[in-house]
Design a protein around this ligand. Structure first.
Ligand code: C2E
Ligand code: MG
Ligand code: MG
Length: 911
C-alpha cells in the first residue's frame, strides 16, 4: 500500500512507530536499509541511489499536492453550484408563493444579491409586437424611481436607452456602461442617470423571442462582472421569467377563478331568486287550480266562496275578506261571503258611493291606506261603510269584460300593509275566481235545469207510461180484433168451418207436399146441397142457416180428423182429403158423407131429408194451384147434379175436355171482342092491352166463326166469370146506340146491364158519354138490371141509377122474382118497371104450378102497385098467359107470342 505523505514525512523525520507491522524487520539506520524500506514502501523496484530515493519521494509529494489542489477546487465549485441551486430553489419557491409580485421580485433580488454584486437591479418586460416595455422591478441606490409595473412605455418614449438597445440586440452585454453604450451604439443621455462602473445586462427569452431583460450595475466598483456572472445572471433571468410567467399565470388563474366565483355567486343568487319566484308561482298555480277545482266540486256557491277565501289566505293576508256581487238587475250589491274582525255582517244594498262600488265603477283595483281612504271620503269620491281599515285592497271580478263583483281584503293592523304585489296577486286570483264563479253559476244553472228536466222527464215518463198502458190496451184490443178478423177471414161465420181462402191455403200446402212425394194421392170433394134454395125460399133464411149448420156438422162427423171441411159459401162445401192410399178411399168417404147427410132433420117445424151432390177431383201434377182442383171438383159436382143428385162423381177426362172447351171459348171470346163479332137482336115489347109495340129489348148474339150464332146463355156465364162481359157489353151498347140514333120514332130500346158494371164507379158517366157520342136520345133508352146488381152495393147502384134517370135513362128490374131481393127496400131504387121472370109466366097456364105462379105474379103486381110502377111479363108464348097477366094487372109483355128476337133490319121493318 502506498504511503500517505504524512507518513513519509514521519519516516523521514524518524518518528515512525517501529512497532508497526509494516516496518518490522526494516532497518532505517543504513542507507541500504532506507533504500530498501523506501522502495518497498513506494512499491518501486529497488532504488539504486539516494538521488533516486529523493526523486521518487519528490514525485510523490508533487502528486499529492496536485490532488489536494484539485480537491479543493472541486469543493469550491460544488459550494458554488450548491449555492446557485439553492438560489434557484428559492426563486422557484418564491414564484410559487402567495406573495405579491413586488414582494416576490424584492425577494428574488435578495437571492441574486447572495450570488453576485447586485445592489442595483432592474427587471424589464418587453412586448415586441407592441414595441413597449414595462419596468417590473427597479432597485437603484442612486435612483429612487418607483415604476408602476403595469405601465407600458413605448420604446419611442425611451430614446437612447441602453435597456432598449440591449433588448433589440438580444444578447447579454457587460462592462462599464460607457463601453456597453458604445458597443450597442447608444448615445449618452443624462436622463438615464449616471454611468455605472460596471454593467451587466442579460435578456430573457420566451419561445426564442426576446421578452425582457435583467440588468445589474455598480456605480462604485469596476470589473465585477465577467462571463461567469453573465452566465449566472442569464440563468437567474430565465428563472425569474419563469417565476414571473408562473406568477402571472397564477394571477390570471386567480383572476379567472375570482371572476368565475363572482359569476357563479351571481347565478346562484339568480337561481335562488328564481326558485323563490317559482315556488311563489307554483303556490299561485296551485291556488288557481284549487279555485278551478272548487268551482266544479263545491256543492254550493257559499262553499265555493269559503274555499276561495282559504285559498286567498294561503297567498296573502286575508283575515278580513269579502266578496261583493252585483245583482243581475245591475242595481243591488250583495255580499254573499264576508269574514271580518270588525264588521260582523254586510247587508245587501243598492249600489251607492261605497269603496266597493268605487272599484265597480272604475273597473280596476283599488289599493288604499287609511289616509287615502280618508282623502276619498273627503273628496266625496268614495264613502267608507263600516270600520276604517289600515289598508284596503279591492279588485274587480270581471266576466266578459263586465264587472260582476269585487273581492276585497283589508287589514286593521298597522303591521299589515298590502303592496302592489298583493294587488297583482289578488287581481290574478280574482280573474280566476271570476272564471270559477261563472263556471259555478253555469253549473248551478245546469243542475237546476237538469233537475227541472228530470222533473219534466219524470212527468213525461209518467204520461208516456199511461199512454203506453192505454196503447198496450188498444194494441191488445186490436190484436184481439185482428185475431178475430183473421179468424173470420179464415172461417165461415155461420158454421165456424174454414172458409174458401183457408181451404185454398191448405190446398196450396197439400200441393207443395204432394210435389215432394211422387206417389201422393189426395182429393178435393166439392159438395152442393140439393134443392137448398127451396128450403131457403120456403122456410126462410134462418131455417136455411140452420140447415147449413147441421149439414156442416154432419159432414165433419163423417170425415176423418185430418180432413179439412170448409164452407165455400151458400150451400157449397168442400173437403180436402189428404194422405189417401188410393182413390177408392175418397169415394168411400164421399159415400159416408152422403149417408150422414141423408138422415132426416127438423128445420123450422118441417122434416127435411137433406141430400147433396159431390164432385171429386184427384190431384195430378197438371194442377198448378188449389183453385184449379176446386174448379174441377165443382165441375164434377155439376155432373153429379145432372146425374140425378144425391150422388158423387169423379172429375174425368170428358169434364176436363169440357173445361178445356170453356178455356178455348174464353180465348175465342177475347178474339171476338177484338174483331167485333157481336150483333144485337131486338125483341119487341108490347102493350098487353092492344099489343102495340112500345119498345124493344136488345139481346146479344155472338157470330162465332165456327159454331155459328151463339146465344148469351152459351157464353155469358163465361164472360161474367172472366170479366170479359163488360167489354162485350160496351161493344154491344155502342152498336145499339148507333142504331137507336138512326132510328126515327119514340119507342125505346132496353139494354141488359151485367151486375159487374155496377162495381165500377164510372158506368153511368161512361154510358151517358156514349149516348151523347152516338147522338142517341137518352129518353129512348132503358137499362135492364137484375136484383144481384142492386144487392151488391146498394148505395152505389142507387147513385148511378139516379144519375141515369136525371138524364132520361130509366131502369127496369129484369127477371124479377128469381132473386133474393128484400122487397122491403125496393122502393129506394128509382125503377120504371119490374119485368116478371119468364119462369112465372110459363107456369101461369100450367096445370101443376098454375096456382103458385099466379100467387107470385099477383104478389109482384101488388108490390109494383105500392111502388107506383108497372110490370112487363117476360116470355109470353101463349094468348092465355097474356090474358092472365093482363087480368092480374100486368101492363106490358114480351115473348115469342109477339115476336122472337131478330136482327136489326127486321126490327126496323116492324118499328
Ligand atoms: P132476358 O133479359 O130475360 O131476356 C129474355 C130472354 O128470353 C132472351 O133470351 C129471349 O130470347 C128469351 N125469350 C123471349 N121470349 C121468349 C119466349 O116466349 N119463350 C122463351 N123460352 N124465351 C123467350 P136470350 O136472348 O137467350 O138471352 C138470355 C139472357 O141473356 C137475357 O135474359 C139476358 O139476361 C142476357 N142477355 C141478353 N143480351 C144481353 C146483353 O146484351 N148483355 C148482357 N149482359 N146480358 C144479355
Ligand atoms: Mg133482359
Ligand atoms: Mg129477363
Amino acid at each position: 500500500m502506498p504511503l500517505e505523505p504524512e507518513e513519509i514525512e514521519r519516516l523521514l523525520s524518524g518518528t515512525v512507530d517501529t512497532q508497526d507491522s509494516r516496518h518490522v524487520g526494516v532497518s532505517w539506520t543504513t542507507e541500504d536499509g532506507i533504500r530498501a524500506a523506501v522502495s518497498a514502501q513506494l512499491g518501486e523496484p529497488m532504488l539504486q541511489s539516494a538521488r533516486e530515493v529523493w526523486q521518487a519521494m519528490a514525485r510523490r509529494l508533487v502528486d499529492a499536492h496536485l490532488a489536494t489542489e484539485r480537491a479543493r477546487a472541486r469543493v469550491v465549485s460544488l459550494e458554488k453550484s450548491e449555492r446557485l441551486q439553492q438560489a434557484l430553489y428559492e426563486i422557484a419557491d418564491l414564484s410559487g408563493s402567495d406573495r405579491d409580485m413586488a414582494e416576490m421580485l424584492g425577494r428574488i433580488h435578495g437571492v441574486v444579491r447572495g450570488l453576485m454584486h447586485a445592489e442595483n437591479l432592474y427587471i424589464v418586460l418587453y412586448d415586441a409586437d407592441r414595441r413597449s416595455v414595462r419596468f417590473l422591478y427597479f432597485a437603484d441606490s442612486s435612483d429612487s424611481y418607483e415604476p408602476d409595473p403595469e405601465r407600458e412605455i413605448h420604446e419611442d418614449d425611451l430614446p437612447n436607452s441602453v435597456t432598449i438597445a440591449l433588448l433589440k440586440h438580444g444578447e447579454a452585454e457587460y462592462g462599464p456602461s460607457e463601453q456597453v453604450r458604445r458597443r450597442l451604439g447608444v448615445l449618452r443621455d443624462d436622463r438615464h442617470g449616471p454611468d455605472s462602473k460596471d454593467w451587466l445586462g442579460v435578456t430573457m427569452r420566451r419561445d426564442g423571442q426576446v421578452c425582457g431583460a435583467l440588468v445589474v450595475q455598480s456605480y462604485t466598483d469596476a470589473g465585477l462582472y465577467g462571463d461567469e456572472e453573465r452566465a449566472l445572471l442569464q440563468f437567474v433571468a430565465q428563472h425569474v421569467l419563469t417565476a414571473v410567467d408562473r406568477r402571472k399565470a397564477r394571477e390570471q388563474l386567480e383572476q379567472r377563478v375570482e371572476e368565475r366565483t363572482r359569476a357563479l355567486r351571481q347565478s346562484n343568487r339568480d337561481l335562488q331568486a328564481e326558485i323563490v319566484e317559482r315556488q311563489r308561482g307554483e303556490r299561485l298555480q296551485r291556488a288557481l287550480f284549487r279555485i278551478a277545482e272548487l268551482s266544479i266540486t263545491s256543492e254550493t256557491l257559499e262553499k265555493f266562496y269559503a274555499s276561495t277565501h282559504d285559498v286567498v289566505g294561503e297567498l296573502l293576508y286575508a283575515r278580513n275578506f269579502y266578496i261583493a256581487i252585483v245583482d243581475d238587475d245591475g242595481e243591488t250589491l250583495h255580499f254573499p261571503y264576508t269574514v271580518d274582525e270588525r264588521d260582523m255582517r254586510r247587508d245587501s244594498r243598492p249600489l251607492g258611493p261605497g269603496l266597493t262600488e268605487y272599484v265597480i265603477n272604475h273597473g280596476e283595483a283599488l289599493l288604499a291606506d287609511s289616509n287615502q281612504i280618508a282623502y276619498l271620503n273627503q273628496t266625496g269620491e268614495a264613502v267608507l261603510f263600516g270600520a276604517l281599515p289600515h289598508c284596503w285592497l279591492g279588485v274587480p271580478l270581471l266576466h266578459d269584460g263586465n264587472v260582476v263583483g269585487v273581492i276585497v281584503v283589508q287589514s286593521y293592523s298597522s303591521a299589515v300593509t298590502f303592496t302592489q304585489r298583493d294587488q297583482a296577486l289578488l287581481t290574478f286570483v280574482a280573474h280566476h275566481i271570476s272564471i270559477g264563479l261563472a263556471r259555478k253559476r253555469a253549473q248551478d244553472r245546469l243542475v237546476a235545469a237538469h233537475a227541472e228536466l228530470e222533473q219534466r222527464v219524470e212527468a213525461r215518463t209518467h204520461e208516456l207510461a199511461q199512454a203506453n198502458a192505454e196503447l198496450l190496451e188498444q194494441i191488445g184490443e186490436r190484436l184481439r180484433a185482428e185475431q178475430r178478423l183473421t179468424y173470420q177471414a179464415r172461417h165461415d161465420a155461420l158454421t165456424g168451418l174454414p172458409n174458401r181462402s183457408q181451404l185454398l191455403e191448405r190446398l196450396g200446402m197439400a200441393i207443395s207436399r204432394a210435389r215432394q212425394a211422387p206417389d201422393a194421392v189426395f182429393a178435393v170433394l166439392f159438395l152442393d146441397l140439393d134443392r137448398f134454395k127451396l128450403v131457403n125460399d120456403s122456410a126462410g133464411h134462418s131455417a136455411g142457416d140452420d140447415l147449413l149448420v147441421e149439414a156442416g156438422r154432419r159432414i165433419v162427423s163423417a170425415m176423418r180428423e185430418e180432413d179439412v171441411v170448409a164452407r165455400l159459401g151458400g150451400d157449397e162445401f168442400a173437403i180436402l182429403i189428404e194422405s189417401l192410399e188410393d182413390r177408392s178411399v175418397a169415394e168411400r168417404l164421399a159415400e159416408r158423407v152422403l149417408a150422414a147427410l141423408s138422415a132426416p132433420c127438423w128445420v123450422a117445424g118441417r122434416e127435411v131429408f137433406p141430400s147433396a151432390s159431390i164432385g171429386i177431383a184427384f190431384w195430378t201434377r197438371n194442377y198448378r194451384n188449389g183453385a184449379g182442383l176446386l174448379r174441377d171438383a165443382d165441375a164434377a159436382m155439376y155432373r153429379a147434379k145432372a146425374g140425378g143428385r144425391d150422388r158423387w162423381a169423379v172429375f174425368d177426362e170428358a169434364m176436363r175436355d169440357e173445361a178445356v172447351r170453356i178455356l178455348d171459348l174464353e180465348a175465342d171470346l177475347r178474339r171476338a171482342i177484338n174483331s167485333d163479332d157481336f150483333v144485337a137482336f131486338y125483341q119487341p115489347i108490347i102493350r098487353l092491352e092492344d099489343s102495340k109495340v112500345v119498345g124493344h129489348e136488345a139481346l146479344l148474339r155472338w157470330k162465332h166463326e165456327r159454331r155459328g150464332l151463339l146465344l148469351p146463355g152459351e157464353f155469358i156465364g163465361l164472360g161474367e166469370d172472366s170479366g170479359l162481359i163488360e167489354e162485350v157489353d160496351w161493344v154491344m151498347y155502342r152498336r145499339v146506340l148507333w142504331q137507336l140514333a138512326d132510328e126515327p120514332g119514340d119507342s125505346y130500346v132496353s139494354i141488359n146491364v151485367s151486375p159487374r158494371h155496377f162495381r165500377s164507379d164510372d158506368f153511368a158517366d161512361r154510358l151517358l158519354r156514349l149516348i151523347e157520342k152516338c147522338g142517341a136520345d137518352p129518353n129512348r133508352l132503358r137499362v135492364e138490371i137484375t136484383e144481384v146488381a142492386l144487392l151488391d152495393d146498394a148505395p152505389r147502384a142507387i147513385r148511378m141509377l139516379k144519375q141515369l134517370r136525371t138524364h132520361g135513362v130509366l131502369a127496369q128490374l129484369d127477371d124479377f122474382g128469381t132473386g133474393y131481393s128484400a122487397l122491403s127496400y125496393l122502393h129506394r131504387f128509382p125503377l120504371e118497371c119490374l119485368k116478371i121472370d119468364r119462369s112465372f109466366v110459363a107456369g101461369l097456364d100450367s096445370e101443376d104450378e098454375g096456382h103458385e105462379s099466379v100467387a107470385v105474379v099477383r104478389a109482384i103486381q101488388a108490390l109494383a102497385g105500392t111502388l107506383g110502377i108497372y110490370t112487363v111479363g117476360e116470355g109470353i108464348e101463349t094468348e092465355r098467359q097474356a090474358a092472365i097477366l093482363r087480368d092480374l094487372g100486368c101492363e106490358r109483355g114480351q115473348g115469342y107470342l109477339y115476336g122472337r128476337p131478330a136482327p136489326a133490319p127486321a126490327y126496323r121493318a116492324r118499328a
